[in-house]
Write a protein that binds this ligand. Structure first.
Ligand code: DGL
Length: 276
């Protein structure tokens, strides 16, 4: 009997988790990647808290039934800052979360002005405020919610153009000048944003250090699932709750990350068990 190769899932509301996949690929983590996007539920950033938890439980339930992965990476800050306790309560196999890089941001700032750029959901979370209270008490932290930026990032990643002034408006709140000091570190607390780092820099009023947590998440995945280490990387699968229309740009992106571009549709049943 041949052993099944280890399977891991990287899950996001859309294509934002591809910034995590990039880091996972750079680390040469083995096993079979299944990339799961909840395009039917995108965007999560504007949904209510209870809605996000119910949706994430429903999608992860479908993922578990269909693929039985060794580990699931929740490659989404909006979901991780809310749904990790409920996920860990329901399933015993491990989850790796993605949460705002507030501790490294506070360590990196020289001006003392740090910003967290995220979805409106993530900036409103107690989880995010608790991280500031724990790790950034000496820094002056601005929470900047960007209502449309994840959708713009998704569009840009798929080859569409979004004007620089439109992006500038979305990130404006993250740039603060106070008492002759300026924000010098911006934590990218939505996995979509590192996909468009060049566009963000071009739209920024001044240069800052952008903190992308992707490598830290990839490192955590390797530590939590040692069975993935040392295996040859096999082509990944692309699964979506509402597969997008295939385009040359999307196909190229997928092939670059060693993922079979042909999407597989994931049917999601409403979560009836509720949050225990
Ligand atoms: N990529 C998700 C995150 O890291 C958010 C996108 C959305 O609003 O669905 O927060």
């Amino acid at each position: 009997m041949t052993e099944r190769e280890p399977v891991y899932v990287v899950f996001d509301s859309g294509f934002g988790g591809m910034s995590i996949v990039r880091a996972v690929r750079d680390r040469g983590i083995g096993g079979r990647l299944i990339y799961v996007a909840d395009h039917e539920g995108f965007p999560y950033g504007k949904r209510s808290d209870s809605d996000v938890v119910a949706r994430v439980l429903a999608v992860v339930g479908a993922v578990k039934r269909n693929f039985d992965p060794e580990v699931v990476v929740i490659a989404c800050n909006t979901a991780s800052t809310l749904a990790l306790p409920a996920l860990r309560k329901r399933w015993t196999k491990p989850f790796v979360g993605t949460v705002p890089a507030i501790k490294p941001a506070a360590a990196a700032t020289r001006s003392g002005l740090v910003s967290v750029l995220a979805t409106p959901g993530t900036v409103a979370r107690d989880y995010t405020r608790d991280l500031i209270g724990k790790f950034a008490l000496d820094a002056d932290v601005t929470l900047a919610g960007a209502p449309q930026l994840a959708a713009y990032a998704e569009a840009i990643w798929l080859g569409q153009e979004i004007g620089r002034d439109v992006l500038a408006e979305e990130i404006r709140g993250a740039f603060v000048e106070r008492d002759g000091r300026r924000t010098d570190v911006v934590a990218l607390a939505c996995t979509h944003y590192p996909l468009i780092i060049d566009e963000l820099q071009a739209a920024a009023p001044w240069e800052v250090e952008w903190l992308d947590p992707a490598d830290a998440v990839a490192r955590r995945l390797a530590a939590v699932a040692p069975q993935l280490n040392g295996d040859d990387e096999t082509p990944g699968l692309f699964v979506s709750t509402e597969p997008p229309v295939m385009s040359a740009a999307l196909e190229r992106r997928m092939i670059d990350l060693n993922i079979d571009p042909e999407p597989i549709k994931l049917a999601v049943l409403p979560d009836r068990r509720g949050v225990a």
